[in-house]
Design a protein. Structure first.
Length: 220
């Protein structure tokens, strides 16, 4: 069973997600929280597999809550919930350690699949909405790449850098393998090495890193 904590300041939203997820045979809603501060405490007490995290909440918002949760447990998996696909705070949440995001109007199947993907250790990085979100906020980021990102790029091989760029463009392992004409297992190995060398948690963090290092430019 995948144990889920739902965090949202709106009771109707919490109840709705709880009903949808509770109907799934492999998912169990183990708790709810009404704000970020309560979420941090609930995660420590309940140790859920996945946290569904709203962004705009009183006392402690979803971004700061995500940052605190990930800081306390590097293996924590947070799936951000947002009303708009270009919410100005989602990019910050991804940088804070979230493994991906879902729109609040997602279908029951999309919600359940998103929870399963994140619980399995994968990042919810779709090649459509998430790529558009990261690209949008890359436009408003500083024009110069972040110095730490640039310095760490030198640790990657040429092929690993190529794979990182394709990750940031929203391609799956199989799509990257097809593009480079290699086995999917080879790409999985490259991805693992990229995450270890750069000290990143998952593919979403890798995509953000690639944009901040300016490996991927807006419009490419």
């Amino acid at each position: 069973m995948i144990r889920v904590l739902i965090v949202d300041d709106q009771a109707m939203v919490r109840e709705g997600f709880s009903v949808l997820l509770g109907a799934m045979p492999d998912i169990e809603v183990v708790g709810e929280a009404v704000n970020g501060r309560e979420a941090v405490a609930q995660v420590a007490a309940l140790r859920p597999d996945v946290v569904l995290m709203d962004i705009r909440m009183p006392e402690l918002n979803g971004i700061e809550a995500t940052r605190e949760i990930v800081a306390a447990d590097a293996d924590a998996k947070v799936l951000v919930l947002t009303t708009f696909d270009l919410d100005e705070y989602v990019y910050q949440a991804l940088r804070a350690g979230a493994s991906g995001f879902l729109l609040k109007d997602a279908s029951a199947r999309q919600l359940a699949d998103g929870v399963r993907i994140v619980a399995a250790g994968e990042a919810l990085l779709a090649p459509t909405v998430t790529k558009r979100l990261i690209t949008e906020f890359a436009k408003s980021a500083e024009t110069a790449p972040r110095a730490p990102a640039v310095a760490r790029i030198g640790e990657l091989t040429e092929r690993e850098t190529e794979v990182l760029v394709l990750i940031a463009q929203g391609l799956s392992n199989q799509e990257i393998a097809d593009h480079l004409v290699v086995a999917e297992s080879t790409i999985k190995t490259h991805v693992s090495r990229i995450l270890v060398k750069l000290g990143l948690r998952d593919r979403t963090q890798a995509a953000v890193f690639a944009y901040e290092a300016r490996l991927v430019r807006v419009g490419r």
